[in-house]
Design a protein around this ligand. Structure first.
Ligand SMILES: C[S@@+](CC[C@H](N)C(=O)[O-])C[C@H]1O[C@@H](n2cnc3c(N)ncnc32)[C@H](O)[C@@H]1O
Length: 222
């Protein structure tokens, strides 16, 4: 099992924060923003709702939510200071807080929507993070989870492409090895949703995009 000790993960993301958007564009062939847009758009976020972008990184999901529903109040949370600094520069109308997803500093039932993209996979204690998502989500609130998708043949080919691309463009060998390992150890969407159900979520949809390489799941708390 890969070591996901929180301090190690935080240090790694602090180190790669400056190049994170570029890395994402390269390894997704410039598709990740479109996929994020499709996922957030599918929620039809209600005006004036409260939205949490959890493990926000440089803030894509929250930014998309705010663009689509300008009256919503978005808060971004990440434990990497370098990530939230970049997010805050890119999105001056969003508040960013440094917090650990497994120990959120919000009241119960605080948010109408929680968006989490490519974050849960990096958390050692997944159950604690999911419990926190459930706790701070309002009744009838919606949880959007987005990450890599099915473990199919194409996924294996994609792993090789990632290895080559990251070797060419990035010197940090440790972080691309981590990306591949964490991706392959993370449960496939159909297994992952069982963990969501165990926490108490109702799973509404599992969607696949980019030849099933990416998936997002929509759950509710009711
Ligand atoms: C792969 S990035 C995803 C960023 C963004 N959500 C996106 O879709 O591009 C994962 C982010 O999760 C954050 N993260 C990982 N574990 C965390 C934790 N326990 N608490 C808060 N943030 C965490 C990292 O700092 C990093 O910014």
């Amino acid at each position: 099992m890969i070591n996901k000790e929180p301090e190690k993960i935080k240090t790694m993301f602090n180190k790669i924060a400056q190049n994170y958007d570029l890395l994402n564009n390269i390894i997704s062939f410039f598709t990740h923003y479109q996929v994020k847009k499709i996922a957030v758009k599918s929620l039809n976020i209600i005006p004036n709702s409260k939205v949490l972008d959890l493990c926000c990184g440089t803030g894509d999901l929250g930014r998309i939510a705010k663009k689509l529903t300008s009256s919503c109040e978005v808060t971004g949370v990440d434990f990497s200071k370098n990530m939230t600094n970049i997010a805050a520069k890119k999105n001056p109308n969003i508040q960013y807080l440094e917090q650990d997803a497994t120990n959120l500093n919000f009241e119960n039932n605080s948010f109408d929507y929680i968006l989490m993209g490519f974050g849960l996979r990096n958390i050692q204690n997944r159950k604690s993070a999911l419990k926190e998502v459930f706790r701070v989500l309002k009744k009838d609130g919606v949880f959007l989870h987005l990450d890599f998708g099915a473990k199919n043949f194409l996924n294996k080919i994609y792993d090789n492409i990632i290895s080559v691309l990251t070797r060419i463009f990035f010197k940090n060998k440790e972080s691309y090895l981590y990306l591949l390992k964490s991706k392959n150890e993370f449960p496939a969407p159909d297994k992952l949703v069982e963990e969501f159900k165990d926490i108490g979520f109702k799973v509404k949809t599992i969607k696949y995009c980019c030849f099933n390489l990416i998936s997002f799941q929509i759950c509710t708390k009711n």
